[in-house]
Design a protein around this ligand. Structure first.
Ligand code: GLA
Length: 741
């Protein structure tokens, strides 16, 4: 049993294998937060944990209760305007213009399992044998509004998933101005906020800052989760490292505008809010309607950030990613984007496909430019039929040719977009998101379709369906290459325009849901100019995502290392591309490019038909090697060893370990070589201390505890005495660690 309720004291204790989350009903049916952290004993009540002092200059609940000050208590889901001046979890405007509410505890229920949400990506426990779900019902009798707070406890991964649902039982509409998914009021502020910030081609770089007084927030108002910030956030004790220490993780299963906020108040309590960004949100809730927020994921460990990442990875594998892809090894692909860009015909593509077959690659993905008359990024988005100038025999014959060679076939789509120069625009100019009589701002020469309109989603569904069927498609790369501007829907009334950002995302989810249901064998990869929508909402439908448009090995190290804190390797699309690199001009060894890309859903993104024979041989070996170890790379437990975000960032290393702790692959990357280098040791993690291992088939064997505590001595790669000096800049060294037989 994971959920312990004491009905007499109205306390709720949610226990996972290693954590406890406790709240209780206080006076006037207000929910007070008691504790979240390392597992503690279940008790009937926790009043001793709720001790507080009477605070001066702080409103009281009523004249009779001067010491019940809601601004000084830790709340479960706080209101606005009644004495708590911290930012609230929700706001409801009523027909008289008031935003004052009074939600009081009514009842609760506990069920086994976890149902999926309708219309939103969500966690699940379809077999109902793992999770337990608590729903707490509160009501505001004056306006007959019900608030359901949902908590699902996933005991074995130490995760609690939360959401709120507002139900209008009244006779008048109300407007939700904010509706967060989770609130957490921590009792102190001794935390570092760890966020993953960046930009296009430089996504999810780790930024760590101590909490300070006042508001600090990570958010997006771009209608994507964005390149700039990511909804995954951690709060770590200042001394917490990858290996040890307390850390909380938060994420939102959502792909649109989000807010992760921490507010440190006057008494140093820290309020965390996670949810849809209220800056660009409003929702009219009519009588008999309900509004379900997306789900927030919360997790905690006392054992460092590697542990946190691993429990999240295990959780997503079990309870978020489509069960079909659980531990399903992802195909090795070659994608033609950086090989040809828009400039291709079937004649130019077939040598790549044939070469792929020879090298053991398993799938060919035809990227942008196969449809309409798209020879650059100025046209044809929305016209999802083949360009017969490039593919004279049509897309289905081309697909057949790829399939006949024994390769899988994937296609690029950008379903949410429209070009002015397109048949779709000629037919339906009003389907493009724009604000009447205002300038329409282009980005990458393109505009966005109004996915809040069901007929638009229907149309795109039909077009894509036709292509999927005709090509017997195996894989879709679903791209989204711009943020939204002049957000407005001509199909919505004036007073509902702020619903548009959320309605848009619901439209995207609707298309994903229909396609994944109708074509369960198609593997989806999400993409948004690289990693602009790398989030849990997408992961529910598309188990992998293109991590970044930056394919330079040295830059990719950082992107993938940062991403690994909140997302599993199997989700990270990572490819070997040509040198000099397209994004940085850097030349890195082929071996390093592969050693970086191996830690994800692996592939190539270059013209393999034009490689030298030596390079082809090298690629063939890489492909064979990866096939042999793919399960370990994609699904092994990942331990970060040396961070490229520490010090001068010259070294990065990490290791993946299999479930039995028999095999591990560690890789150490170095940017620049330094003369007369200091001695270096690699301190491994995750091995069985009592097993003996060989490293790269060494004669010596080492106990796991030696490799982890004394470390593996690794000498310098650079040979000063060699006649021909070899560059060891941007080098990588791989250590195969296998249990000694
Ligand atoms: C985006 C993607 C790339 C490629 C191009 C095609 O930038 O991230 O991988 O698909 O679009 O236009």
């Amino acid at each position: 049993m994971a959920i312990h309720v004491d009905e007499t004291h109205q306390t709720f204790h949610l226990q996972t294998d290693h954590t406890s989350y406790i709240f209780q009903v206080l006076a006037h049916g207000i929910l007070g937060q008691v504790y979240y952290g390392k597992k503690i004993h279940v008790e009937p009540q926790y009043n001793h944990l709720l001790k507080r002092e009477l605070k001066t200059a702080t409103p009281a609940y009523s004249l009779d209760e001067p010491d019940f000050q809601i601004g000084a208590i830790r709340q479960e889901y706080s209101d606005t305007g009644t004495g708590d001046y911290r930012r609230p979890a929700y706001q409801v405007t009523q027909s008289n213009g008031s935003r004052i509410t009074d939600f009081q505890y009514d009842h609760y229920e506990v069920v086994s399992g976890k149902k999926r949400l309708k219309g939103l990506p969500s966690t699940f426990d379809d077999t109902e044998d793992d999770a337990e779900t608590l729903t707490v019902h509160l009501t505001d009798d004056l306006i007959q509004l019900e608030l359901e707070l949902n908590y699902t406890v996933f005991p074995h991964q130490d995760v609690i998933v939360r959401s709120a649902n507002f139900k209008n039982h009244g006779t008048e509409s109300v407007t939700l101005n904010a509706a967060h998914s989770a609130q957490l009021d921590l009792p102190d502020k001794q935390y570092d906020l760890v966020q993953f910030a960046g930009t296009w081609a430089r996504e999810r770089h780790l930024v760590r800052t101590p909490l300070r007084a006042g508001l600090q927030a990570i958010d997006s108002v771009r209608t994507t989760s964005s390149h700039q910030e990511n909804p995954f956030m951690m709060l770590a004790r200042p001394n917490t490292t990858d290996d040890a220490g307390e850390v909380f993780g938060f994420n939102l299963i959502y792909s649109g505008d989000f807010l992760d906020q921490v507010e440190v108040d006057q008494w140093n309590t820290s309020r965390v809010l996670v949810g849809i960004n209220p800056d660009e949100f409003e929702w009219q809730l009519e009588p008999a309607k309900e509004f379900q927020t997306p789900e927030a994921v919360m997790t905690y460990t006392a054992d460092g950030m590697n542990q946190l990442s691993q429990q999240l990875a295990a959780f997503y594998e079990e309870h978020l990613v489509n069960a079909k892809y659980k531990r399903m090894e992802r195909p090795i692909l070659v994608n033609n984007w950086e090989a040809t860009y828009f400039d291709f015909t079937d004649k130019k593509l077939m040598p790549i496909v044939k070469q792929a077959k020879k090298l053991g690659i398993e799938m060919f993905v035809l990227d942008d430019g196969w449809f309409g008359h798209r020879n650059d990024d100025k046209s044809s988005l929305g016209d999802w039929f083949a360009d017969l100038k490039k593919l004279p025999k049509g897309i289905s014959t081309f697909a057949d040719e790829v399939h006949d060679l024994g390769l899988k076939f994937g296609l690029w789509f950008e379903p949410e977009m429209i070009s002015i120069d397109s048949k779709l625009y000629q037919k339906h100019p009003d389907w493009m998101i724009h604000t009447p009589k205002r300038r329409a701002t282009p980005e990458r020469n393109q505009y966005v379709l109004d996915f809040s309109r069901p007929e638009v989603v229907d149309y795109i569904y039909k077009m894509m369906s036709k292509v999927i069927k005709e090509t017997k498609l195996d894989y879709i790369k679903w791209d989204m290459n711009r943020y939204i501007t002049e957000m407005y829907s001509t199909a919505l009334p004036a007073d509902r325009q702020l619903e548009m950002p959320h309605r848009y995302i619901l439209g995207v989810y609707n298309l994903y849901a229909r396609l994944t249901q109708a074509y369960p064998d198609v593997l989806f990869e999400s993409c948004a100019s690289g990693g602009g929508r790398f989030d849990l909402g997408m992961m529910y439908y598309a188990p992998q995502a293109w991590a970044s448009d930056d394919t330079d090995a040295a830059e990719r190290m950082k992107v993938q290392f940062g991403t690994s804190y909140g997302y599993p390797q199997s989700m990270m699309g990572s490819h070997v591309s040509a040198v000099p690199n397209e994004q940085t001009g850097r030349i890195t060894p082929l071996e390093t490019r592969a050693n970086v890309a191996f830690y994800g859903a692996f592939g190539y993104e270059l013209d393999i038909s034009k490689m030298s024979d030596a390079e082809k041989q090298a690629v063939k070996k890489q492909v064979a090697f990866y096939k042999q170890h793919r399960a370990l790379y994609q699904f092994g437990k990942l331990y970060r060893l040396d961070s490229p975000f520490n010090g001068d960032g010259n070294v990065m290393s990490w290791v993946v370990v299999d479930d039995d702790q028999d095999h591990a692959i560690a890789t150490r990357y170095q940017l620049l070589n330094h003369p007369n280098a200091p001695y270096e040791r690699l301190y491994l993690r995750g091995l069985d201390p009592d097993k003996q291992y060989r490293v790269n088939d060494s004669d010596e064997t080492y106990y796991g505890d030696e490799l982890m505590n004394a470390g593996l001595f690794i000498g310098s790669e650079f040979d000063e005495d060699a006649d021909v000096k070899k560059s060891v800049d941007f080098s990588s060294r791989r250590f195969m660690i296998d249990v000694a037989k």
